[in-house]
Design a protein around this ligand. Structure first.
Ligand code: ATP
Ligand code: MG
Length: 234
């Protein structure tokens, strides 16, 4: 498989706060990879570095074979990176449909459009003209995933997509993530729910203090689940 996203030995900062200390990772085309680690180790900062919201002072970042020296949110979207941000960030004064259409702003072509997203999440079509923030937490997460798909990305970065959701919704999302991955879209999923990780991801990277300290393959087994949990429990 070809290398899609690559971070090499990155030092990243918020102002003078040094958060990523030699962060390296790669995701191949079509892979689903979990990024795990305890609270505050720098997982969201990895996403923010790819978007240029944290400052990369050294190291290198590349996507689809091209070096990115000055990352920006819009250029990430244009090159095929979509984000499902931590906390969902649904735009309050836009309807469900308008929120979905913001995802299509780059005009990238591909399999995803409003009808396809509505087929995946029928509840979003039912509520198409409701303000996005009037939805339940689970529905807002579906909206955030649908909005990312509207960009026809080759990689989706998911930042704790199941945080605060009921088990039945998490089960639904697990199926959705597996079907997205089966279509060939790569996933880099930050997650604290290891039972979701074993159902969706085939490889994991565990972070501590701003870099990767362990990695391996994920199996849908008790032993694999316990191994993963050792990287996130205090
Ligand atoms: N804008 C910011 N300015 C300064 N420090 C920040 C900023 N955002 C986050 N931090 C700090 O950077 C460190 C890493 O934060 P980050 O959000 O990347 O962690 P995380 O692994 O995603 O945690 P969580 O599991 O709680 O989401 C933390 O110590 C946090 O307090
Ligand atoms: Mg985070």
């Amino acid at each position: 498989m070809s290398n899609l996203l690559s971070l090499k030995d990155i030092q990243a900062y918020y102002g003078s706060a040094h958060i990523l200390h030699g962060m390296s990772l790669h995701v191949d085309a079509g892979e689903s990879v979990a990024l795990i680690g305890r609270n505050g180790v720098g997982k969201t900062t990895v996403v923010n570095t790819i978007l240029g919201l944290a400052q990369m002072k050294s190291g290198s970042l590349s996507f689809a074979g091209k070096g990115i020296s000055r990352p920006r949110p819009y250029t990430a979207a244009q090159t095929g990176i979509a984000i499902v941000p931590q906390g969902r960030r649904i735009v309050a004064n836009l309807t469900v449909q308008e929120n979905l259409l913001t995802g299509a702003a780059t005009g990238r072509k591909g399999p995803w459009s409003l009808p396809e997203v509505y087929r995946l999440f029928p509840i979003l079509e039912t509520r198409a003209h409701t303000p996005g923030t009037a939805l339940s937490g689970g529905q807002q997460q579906m909206l955030a995933v649908g909005r990312a798909l509207m960009a026809n990305p080759s990689l989706i970065l998911l930042d704790e997509p199941t945080e605060g959701l009921a088990p039945v919704i998490i089960d639904q999302l697990a199926e959705v993530f597996n079907s997205i991955a089966a279509q060939g879209t790569a996933l880099l999923m930050i997650e604290q729910n290891m039972s979701l990780v074993v159902r969706v991801c085939h490889r994991y990277l565990a972070m501590a203090k701003g870099s990767v300290v362990a990695d391996g393959l994920v199996q849908n087994s008790r032993a694999s689940l316990e191994d993963l949990e050792s990287h996130v429990t205090v």
